[in-house]
Unconditional design. Structure first.
Length: 148
């Protein structure tokens, strides 16, 4: 893979996103970001793409769903969680993606994806980075720049 050309699939993004919510697996309620719409919103992708990704991940035994009351909501919805195998794969995926180079649009420099928060001085989660990663492997750091 050429430097600066990171290709991250929706499946990979979903796995890494759900890794952040692993502690909710055994609870009776669920946070909104583990619903289909919540995942789509967090990753900045279409809900239809999330639906297809979740179906494929479930068929491979990496995610499962349960019906749960969403925190702050009245309705019960499907909440998606990683299976034990999914948790392992999500950790592997995160490790792989963390080392991939991305190009920062502010100065054209390349840096490993995991080092972007350090480089920008922000408090960004890995899933937030993946959500803002452009298809051409570039990140625009301006939304995270500290205000003057």
């Amino acid at each position: 893979m050429a430097a600066g050309r990171v290709r991250v699939t929706v499946n990979q993004k979903v796995l890494v996103h759900l890794l952040s919510y692993a502690r909710w697996t055994d609870r009776g309620d669920a946070p909104a970001p583990v619903t289909q719409q919540g995942i789509a919103d967090a990753l900045r992708v279409r809900r239809s793409h999330v639906t297809l990704a979740l179906q494929g991940l479930a068929e491979r035994g990496l995610v499962e769903y349960r019906t749960a009351r969403v925190v702050g909501g009245a309705r019960r919805k499907k909440a998606y969680v990683l299976t034990p195998l999914g948790y392992e794969r999500a950790q592997e995926t995160r490790g792989l993606l963390a080392s991939l180079p991305v190009r920062l649009l502010d100065d054209g420099s390349e840096v490993a994806l995991a080092r972007v928060p350090e480089r920008l001085g922000g408090d960004l989660t890995f899933a937030e980075l993946l959500a803002r990663l452009r298809p051409d492997g570039a990140l625009d750091p301006r939304p995270w720049a500290p205000s003057a």
